[in-house]
Design a binder for this molecule. Structure first.
Ligand SMILES: [Fe+2]
Length: 262
């Protein structure tokens, strides 16, 4: 698994009010050819080092700490255990994180890398932009795909915010294309600012269990190529979000999702 240093040079400090203009500069500085080739060489998966400025990461860590008391703990026997904060909460309390998710410059960059016209998820999708908290011993998630229940493809961006752990790691089976195709199981450090991009239906991945006294926080951003979802998949997606991530209350908020939209 190859990591790409995405930037030709690091930018200066970023102020929250300047997020979009700074992201436009980041977009223009990215070595797009290198990132694009790595993404496709690794079957639609790439790790982007040093993409986002430290001040932006610091602001998102502060927002994660602010919303952490609203985290919903979940436990699916044999598959996952941890905490989550949904898009609904971030929309109310995490403006820097929301600006990043909605950034046209970031979406332009991701679209060029993936060769897809990426769209935001609909406003009633609690998973569109969310935080995952690994805070208790054993918190983890087993191997899975980020399956798209939409009528188009679904792409995941993971951004590391906190990784005080020697045990809890993103693990991915990365398919390397070439003369002889090869699959490597790779442990990927997701310290503050680490960015991972992949096609959710193509990367088999997991997060290994947290140990005592450790902590890990990751931001996830979801983009799609079609915002429509059939009724059966909508039902399954709702149930998964309610019971494996954000709690049953998220269903009521989804039904009344117009309230509080921005
Ligand atoms: Fe995942």
């Amino acid at each position: 698994m190859n990591r790409v240093c995405a930037m030709r040079g690091r930018g200066m400090a970023i102020m929250p009010a300047e997020i979009e203009s700074r992201l436009q500069r980041i977009r223009d500085d990215v070595d797009l050819q290198s990132v694009h080739s790595q993404y496709w060489l690794q079957d639609e998966f790439v790790v982007l080092d040093k993409l986002l400025p430290q001040v932006l990461i610091d602001a998102m860590v502060a927002e994660a700490r602010l919303v952490q008391p609203r985290m919903h703990r979940n436990y699916v026997p044999g598959h996952k255990k941890g905490g989550s904060v949904s898009f609904y909460t971030l929309r109310e309390q995490a403006p820097v994180t929301l600006n990043l998710y909605r950034s046209p410059a970031l979406r332009w960059l991701l679209s060029r890398i993936t060769e897809s016209d990426l769209l935001l998820c609909p406003e009633d999708d609690p998973h569109s932009c969310a935080l995952y908290f690994y805070t208790k011993p054993g918190d983890h998630i087993g191997f899975h795909y980020d399956t798209s229940y939409y009528k188009g493809r679904r792409y995941t961006v993971l951004i590391g915010l906190v990784e005080r752990s020697d045990h809890c790691r993103l693990v991915a089976r990365v398919r390397l294309k070439g003369q002889a195709e090869e699959i490597r199981e790779t442990r990927i450090p997701m310290g503050p600012g680490a960015v991972v991009l992949f096609n959710g239906d193509r990367l088999w991945h997991a997060v290994t269990p947290l140990a005592e006294g450790e902590e890990r926080i990751v931001l996830t951003l979801q983009y799609v190529t079609n915002q429509a979802m059939g009724p059966a998949k909508r039902l399954f997606s709702n149930l998964k979000d309610a019971f494996a991530y954000f709690g049953p209350a998220v269903l009521a908020r989804r039904r009344s999702g117009a309230a509080g939209r921005t």
